[in-house]
Design a protein around this ligand. Sequence first.
Ligand SMILES: [Zn+2]
Length: 115
Amino acid sequence: MDRWNWVMVRAFGPAAVALLVAMLTMAILSHWQATPLLAELMVVGRWIPLLALVASLWLLLAPIYRLWQWQRGKGPNCPRCDGPLGYERAGYASRGGAYRRCYACGDNVNHRHYE
Ligand SMILES: [Zn+2]
């Protein structure tokens, strides 16, 4: 795969996984309705696909916004390959603290390099 295919996989892969979870839980819950014993669990279980759909929507829109900002030159770029960076993750203080992962090369970039 070339560089931009990896950008798409790293940016939108979590949204695809959340969407898959929503579809699988919907399929499982549709079978639960037929069983009277499991039908009571539907009260709680019916929220799982909705939460997964909301999560997948967020995981789709947030990378779109980050890529759009990066394309306009306002988002943080990777110092190694100049690619777009993902969301900020809390890192260990002993390893330099917060960091972002590059969508293009997969490198972890410490917050000192993009702030
Ligand atoms: Zn990079």
